[in-house]
Design a protein around this ligand. Sequence first.
Ligand SMILES: [Zn+2]
Length: 103
Amino acid sequence: MDYYYFDLDEGLQKREKQKARELRNSQWWKRKRSQGVCHYCKSVHTPSELTMDHIVPIARGGKSVKNNVVPCCKSCNSKKKQMLPLEWGEYMEKLLLKEELQG
Ligand SMILES: [Zn+2]
């Protein structure tokens, strides 16, 4: 069975999307976003340029909870949409490696 194509109940997805909207209005999120740092590539942006991203997407069973949502810049967001989960994983590994090399 391929985990990534696991089909979720639509009602469940709707609930998580609604929760994401609520989370987006929370002080917690506003504070997090105001730091202006993309969770993935660590680049700095104005808060309005950062979007809320689910580390594990709702469509793949991710929840709208604090440890699954992160600020994400537009370029990472579009990369994540274009890439297969496997490719995205490899991209993340490269970013982490770069970080280690830079100390
Ligand atoms: Zn980024």
